[in-house]
Structure formats: structure tokens, C-alpha cells
Design a protein around this ligand. Structure first.
Ligand code: RB5
Length: 148
């Protein structure tokens, strides 16, 4: 699995923690920045990560900002992206099983480090269930103007 990861300044510290988790799990990743806690604009990181995932250059993406909200709003503007804002383990598992979420968003100012890492582990290791859920995703794709 190849993962694209990005954050703004509000998510910088958590992004660095998640990179350690990915490295320890032997998961290949590319860091799209930001590279410090200097103030930046979250769309400048959400957009390239989302476009790279939508193009199939990466299997999954992870985006962190202060709340996770700006990242998820931006990511979901990119056709083919199903970005989920998750701050609990139930949602992280369900959004993989039901929504085949390809980007995980979290807010560093919302969730503690331990829970964020557990959410990430669960989200990365849970498979999409397909079946009736695929029919629903096809309806989202149709809304984007793509093939059903
Ligand atoms: C930056 O202050 C903050 O607005 C950003 O990290 C994020 O929470 C936006 O949704």
C-alpha cells in the first residue's frame, strides 16, 4: 500500500507521529508537507494529496489539520475522493467497510495522539465490504458525472 500524507500547521505534529507509525508498519508513504508549524493554508496540501490519490498514484491519503474539517471539505471537492473525518474507531472502521473511504481526515486539536494512531491503524487495515455498499458508491460517482 502507498499512502500520501499531508497537513497544515495545525496538524503538523500529528502528521509526524503518523509517519512514524507508517514507517514502523513498513507502509510506503510520501509526505506532501507542510514541513513546520509555520502558518499555511490547508487547501494547498489537501488538493495535491487528493489529486494524487484520485489519479491512482497512491492507494490512500491521510490529511490532518486543526479540526480535520477544512481538509475534508477540500478533499471531497476532488472527483473520486471519499474523504472521511474520523475521531472515533467505530467511524474509522465503518467508513472503510461501507464507504471505501480513500482519505482519512483528523483534527490534531480534537483528538489525542493515542486515539489518532489507533484510528489510523484501524482505517488502514479495514477492507471495503462491497455488495450493497458498492451500489451506493456508484450513485456518488454518478453525482460527480462519472460512469455508474
Ligand atoms: C488553522 O488555524 C485551522 O483553521 C485549520 O487547521 C483547520 O482546522 C481548518 O479546518
Amino acid at each position: 500500500m502507498k499512502v500520501a500524507i499531508g497537513s497544515d500547521h495545525g496538524g503538523f505534529t500529528l502528521k509526524e507521529e503518523i509517519k512514524l507509525l507508517l514507517a514502523a508498519a513498513d507502509i510506503e508513504y510520501q509526505d506532501f508537507g507542510t514541513h513546520s508549524d509555520d502558518s499555511v493554508d490547508y487547501p494547498d496540501f489537501a488538493r495535491p494529496v487528493s489529486e494524487a490519490v484520485a489519479k491512482g498514484e497512491y492507494d490512500r491519503g491521510i490529511l490532518i489539520c486543526g479540526t480535520g474539517i477544512g481538509m475534508s471539505i477540500t478533499a471531497n471537492k476532488v472527483p473520486g475522493i471519499r474523504a472521511s473525518l474520523c475521531h472515533d474507531c467505530f467511524s474509522a472502521k465503518a467508513t472503510r467497510e461501507h464507504n471505501d473511504a480513500n482519505i482519512l481526515c483528523m483534527g490534531e486539536r480534537v483528538v489525542g495522539r493515542g486515539l489518532a494512531l489507533e484510528i489510523t491503524r484501524l482505517w488502514l487495515s479495514t477492507e471495503f465490504l462491497g455488495g450493497r455498499h458498492q451500489r451506493r458508491l456508484d450513485k456518488i460517482t454518478a453525482l460527480e458525472g462519472g460512469q455508474q
